[in-house]
Design a protein around this ligand. Structure first.
Ligand SMILES: [Zn+2]
Length: 457
């Protein structure tokens, strides 16, 4: 899914990687497990490729994960669920005017098949109601700027109302990249097809339109919405208490690449934690969860959060594209801050940013926050040379050095153990009012509502 902090954080990277390396110096107790996690991820990436939820590769990759965990003496459990999914088939956009050229495109998820058609292209700015003409655009294909802050479903709804027949969404990264992303958080088919196109071809068409040159395209896709049967994978490491710390990250990825950074990295870190903690005495129970269906709308974590019932939960730790940590984040819940400060105080080498407390939405912690569970993640930027490829075909294992998994696992592992063993912590759930405050305080309540993630009914 879209990670709003990534691109801001990427700016901090040069300083961060130097400091991160320092922060993890000497944490060798996790190293062997982290290397096992990385080696597993290498096999996963190369043997199965992208792990689009609902695909055969996703299922087989999840089975491989379960096999390798079983081989370590663990008892992984599949937590089956179904969700409104989407299957990529053939997406094609061909420029017909000013000359014939096949464009590099990928449909966004929840685009449905349609009969092929040809139409003129019209600029639609950021896709908001005020960005382009209300009349005279019917029957055309909209060219959508990279900078839009609106949800795809919102943009498509306005476009449909005005009679547009398809949208070409220009990528914000240069270099022929495509940004696959979800078209809907609630699993509703997009009202018109939406295609990601490269920055280069998108800006090119935009320049032609700006000087009044007609641009015409032929559009076709057989990609389609389908109901998907899938599963999360859960490993429970029993502690002396059944109070639990949940550590999760999403297993699924987009399909064009291997999903190495997003979120093979988290898959490897979770594997490393399972590997390292499996024979350790634990004060509390640790539940490690690989979520499915995150990219399409947090489906797996929403299912898992719903299945929690009244379980006693200390906190949920989310690992989604967590590079080498420079800070630990209580995600807006003040009640967790003292425990994170105790963890930080106990560290020989401090995290440069220490304890932070800023909420953001759009990854699996959001699903747990909605049901009142406290969540934690890390401020942990990834080098721009790697992160720029997220959601694209170049998100492959060669972009992810083993050292990131080793250095990050040292901090993550210590933090999880601190939460598991801290005697001053108690299970806690926010009530609905406090949860509302958690979203309004950080100005994400409107986006939570627009995406249908909250409130739940
Ligand atoms: Zn992700």
């Amino acid at each position: 899914m879209r990670h709003p902090l990534i691109f801001f954080l990427a700016a901090l990277v040069a300083a961060a990687s130097a400091q991160g390396a320092q922060a993890s110096a000497g944490s060798s107790e996790w190293d062997a497990s982290a290397r096992a996690g990385y080696a597993f991820l290498e096999r996963l990436c190369d043997d199965f490729g992208g792990r689009l939820v609902g695909s055969r590769q996703n299922r087989r990759a999840l089975e491989r994960l379960a096999q390798e965990l079983s081989a370590l003496g663990l008892k992984p459990e599949f937590q089956e669920f179904s969700m409104p999914g989407w299957e990529r088939r053939n997406d094609s956009v061909t420029m017909l005017k000013p000359f014939k050229r096949s464009l590099r495109v990928a449909a966004l998820s929840y685009t449905n098949p349609h009969t092929p058609f040809s139409a003129d292209v019209v600029a639609m700015g950021n896709g908001a109601a005020t960005d382009y003409a209300a009349s005279g655009v019917a029957g055309k294909v909209g060219l959508l700027s990279a900078g839009t802050g609106l949800q795809t479903a919102e943009i498509a709804a306005i476009a449909k109302e005005r009679g547009l027949r398809a949208i070409l969404f220009i990528n914000r990264e240069a270099g022929g990249q495509l940004l696959t992303r979800t078209g809907s958080f609630v699993g509703k088919p997009l009202p018109i097809p939406v295609y990601s196109i490269t920055q280069e071809e998108g800006l090119w068409m935009g320049r032609l339109l700006a000087r009044g040159e007609p641009v015409r395209v032929d559009v076709c896709t057989t990609s389609r919405c389908v109901t998907v049967e899938t599963a999360n994978l859960v490993v429970r490491l029993a502690g002396r208490s059944t109070d639990k710390v949940i550590v999760g990250g999403h297993f699924d990825s987009w399909d064009l690449g291997q999903g190495a950074i997003d979120n093979g990295l988290g898959v490897a870190q979770l594997f490393a934690l399972a590997h390292a903690l499996r024979n350790r005495p634990l004060a509390r129970t640790v539940e490690i969860v690989w979520f499915n269906g995150e990219e399409m709308g947090l489906w797996g974590s929403r299912h898992a959060a719903k299945m929690l019932g009244d379980d006693s939960v200390i906190a949920m730790v989310n690992l989604d594209m967590v590079g080498v940590p420079i800070g630990i984040n209580a995600l807006g819940d003040d009640s967790l801050v003292p425990a994170l400060e105790r963890f930080e105080a106990g560290r020989a080498v401090k995290l440069p940013k220490g304890v932070e407390n800023v909420n953001w939405m759009g990854s699996d912690h959001t699903a747990y926050q909605v049901v009142g569970v406290r969540a934690v993640t890390f401020n942990a930027p990834i080098d721009r040379d790697s992160v720029r490829y997220y959601h694209d075909f170049a998100d492959t294992i060669d972009k992810l050095p083993e050292s990131i998994v080793v250095k990050s696992t040292a901090v993550i592992g210590d933090a999880v153990v601190a939460l598991v063993n801290d005697p001053a912590l108690a299970p806690f759930r926010r009530d609905a009012k406090e949860t509302e405050a958690l979203f309004t305080k950080f100005g994400i309540d409107q986006r939570m509502k627009a995406t249908g993630l909250w409130p739940t009914h």
